[in-house]
Design a protein around this ligand. Structure first.
Ligand code: ASP
Length: 339
């Protein structure tokens, strides 16, 4: 894609939700305990540290929540997606939206936005692995990159994006792979889409193929709460205890994080069969990180929905949204293959 300079003066809406990118540690070598004191910058204070962002666009900053991202809940996804949709639809001249977020659940929020922000303009999620108070922090640069990407017209139509470490990922494919390294966000075999690079340019090499944002069928109007979906993790010797508990709790759906190509030990699969018999939709995904779960003869005969190559956490989000529209397994299967 063409390297753009930023054209007309752009406007970017910047939403703060907290995370390491907002925390203030004890001293410059506090890389581990910074959330203990609970001192956080507001999104306005974070933006004030990066005056370069205002050279790229007029940035309108808004605090949505200010928490570590282990405390981001599905209700917060609804609030954030609604707020982005409201701001963007009220301002046809805005270039895009950016979100700052903790890295622990960043990929989940980003994929939810990928499915529920109904706009071609970019929504870019970023975080940091080192707080703004630490030596070598990535907070300021990631914030600047998020604004740059949201302001760049070539970012449009690529769904929700994630940037850290100058690498632009699709929200669908990205996952956190390391607990402390700055290059933690990776997209496995799919790779990242482009760079927000050292010359200030936003450069892409490909775009996601799956449905997202403006092409999504999911509509949050009238939805106050998302259906409950849980993930059951398989391992050698896993049985159906957890799955039966979920079925008894009348969850809306179950995603199995299966072994290898999606299968799991017989007692675990028997639990999934009991869930299906009770009317609970079950999606089979794989915990290995890359590759598809196929519509094999056995899986189809036994009534499973397969997650294709969606990470279990992403399949859960898609199933939650799918269940707002239908409980028909064939429709839910279609969604797993389209998004
Ligand atoms: N504990 C942090 C959080 O997810 C981790 C981070 O932001 O990097 O909020």
């Amino acid at each position: 894609m063409v390297n753009s300079t930023y054209g007309e003066r752009s406007r970017v809406y910047l939403f703060g939700t907290g995370g390491t990118i907002s925390f203030v540690g004890e001293n410059r070598t506090d890389f581990a305990n910074y959330s203990y004191r609970g001192t956080q910058l507001t999104i306005q204070e974070m933006l004030a540290r990066v005056p370069e962002a205002e050279e790229v666009a007029d940035v309108v900053a808004e605090q949505v929540i200010n928490v570590g991202s282990t405390e981001v809940y599905p209700s917060d996804w609804l609030t954030l997606a609604r707020r982005i949709n409201e701001r963007m639809s009220a301002d046809g001249a805005a270039s895009g939206a950016a979100v700052t977020h903790g890295t622990a659940t960043l990929e989940e929020t980003a994929y939810f936005l990928n499915l529920t922000v109904r706009d071609r303009r970019p929504v870019v999620v970023t975080g940091a692995m080192r707080p703004p108070s630490a030596m070598g922090t990535d907070a300021d640069n990631n914030l600047l990159d998020a604004v740059r990407i949201a302001a760049a017209e070539q970012s449009a139509g690529r769904g929700a994006l994630v940037v850290l470490n100058n690498e632009i990922h699709s929200a669908r494919d990205v996952t956190k792979t390391d607990s402390y390294r700055v290059e933690t966000f990776q997209s496995g075999h799919m790779g990242y889409l482009g760079y927000s690079d050292s010359d200030g340019q936003v450069v892409y090499y490909r775009r996601p193929e799956r449905r997202h944002t403006a092409d999504s069928e999911f509509d949050l109007a009238g939805i106050d709460e998302l259906p409950r979906v849980d993930i059951a993790y398989a391992y050698a010797g896993a049985d159906g205890t957890v799955i039966d508990a979920l079925t008894d709790a009348k969850v809306g759906g179950i995603v199995a994080a299966g072994l290898g190509s999606g299968g799991s030990p017989a007692p675990f699969m028997a639990g999934l069969q009991r869930a299906i018999a009770s009317g609970v939709p079950v999606v089979l995904s794989t915990q290995v990180g890359t590759g598809r779960v196929l519509q094999t003869r056995r899986f189809m005969e036994q009534g499973y929905i397969v997650a294709d190559n969606l990470h279990p956490k992403k399949a859960r989000i898609l199933l939650m949204l799918g269940l707002t529209r239908t409980t028909d397994p064939s429709e839910l299967q279609r969604m797993m293959l389209e998004y």
